[in-house]
Ligand binder design. Structure first.
Ligand code: ADP
Ligand code: MG
Length: 285
């Protein structure tokens, strides 16, 4: 017979801003025993702000910020946008300038004949730049010119209020296996995980390593749901038992790859989805 309850459940979910792409995914929610969250833009607001600029060169802090914006103009990563926002005036370069965006690391650009780097510790290490300082509990963009370290910019992001609610609700529903993945540095990740009460986290992951991590967490006991904001995480959404994308920021590729799309950026909608799936099951069987 036709499981009418599934249609009812999908309708109820959509009324709550949760798009479920099929009854099988609604049913699969009932077997979820592990939830993996992406950090930036999912658990945190992903709206970064420049908190501090520290120059270790002859550039003043303002000059360094403007230079960073000049390099970051080739990226539309939220970190890049925050730097461009905070900067004063800087030289605009055409999109046919020589530059490379290194996913999960930063930007390399050739400007006025010089090679610049803006990105994380990994980017600097891979280019043999010796950092003269390391920051804790913050997202940091390090800068280099022609192989020389120039200084860094501290970027702050905030945990969404709703993320606290989400983790509390999931735990109350007996989903205690909660993991956070991020490309961000270890100390920032630890800080966010600790504040939210998330017991497992993995930091400094490149996009491919996020997929490997998901693969290592999959098992036959229960289903794994991955929740991401859809920036760079379409392959991870596709590889999970249940891929859940947050619609507001998500790319078309992520929405395509996801099984469930949340129309708002509230992680607590996962708990709502689980509740709806449970109710639907009761109606069907
Ligand atoms: P997350 O996994 O937290 O969503 P991403 O994979 O988007 O993070 O990025 C991981 C890290 O790579 C960032 O925390 C940042 O350090 C660095 N990064 C990525 N893109 C840029 C950029 N355009 N400028 C500077 N740093 C960047
Ligand atoms: Mg992300």
């Amino acid at each position: 017979s036709i499981p009418l309850g599934f249609f009812g459940g999908i309708g109820l979910a959509s009324k709550n801003g949760i798009l479920v792409k099929g009854g099988n995914y609604l049913e699969a929610l009932n077997s979820v025993d592990k939830i993996v969250f992406d950090k930036t833009g999912t658990l945190t607001k992903g709206s970064f702000e420049v908190a501090e600029v520290k120059s270790h060169s002859s550039y003043s802090a303002d000059e360094l910020l403007n230079l960073a914006a000049e390099i970051e103009q080739f990226s539309n990563h939220p970190i890049a946008l925050s730097i461009i926002d905070a900067a004063g005036s800087f030289e605009n370069h055409s999109s046919n300038s020589q530059y490379e965006e290194i996913s999960g690391a930063g930007i390399k650009a050739k400007l006025n004949g010089k090679t610049y780097l803006a990105g994380n510790k990994r980017l600097m290490e891979n280019n043999n730049i010796k950092l003269e300082d390391h920051e804790k509990n913050a997202t940091v963009v390090y800068l280099a010119e022609e192989g020389n370290y120039l200084g860094h910019i501290l970027i702050s992001d905030q945990i969404k209020e709703d993320s606290y609610e989400a983790i509390k609700k999931l735990k109350a529903m007996n989903i205690t296996n909660i993991t956070m993945l991020t490309g961000d540095n270890d100390s920032t990740a630890q800080d966010v995980a600790f504040k939210l009460g998330i017991n497992h986290y993995y930091a400094e992951l490149l996009p491919d390593q996020k997929i490997e991590k998901i693969e290592s967490l999959l098992d036959k006991k229960g289903k794994l749901a991955f929740v991401g904001d859809g920036i760079n995480d379409a392959p991870v959404l596709a590889r999970s038992d249940l891929g859940i994308a947050m619609g507001a920021l998500g790319s078309d590729a992520a929405i395509e790859a996801a099984d469930i799309v949340l129309m708002t950026d509230e992680p607590s909608k996962i708990a709502t989805a689980l509740e709806i799936a449970k109710k639907t099951k009761r109606v069907v069987w």
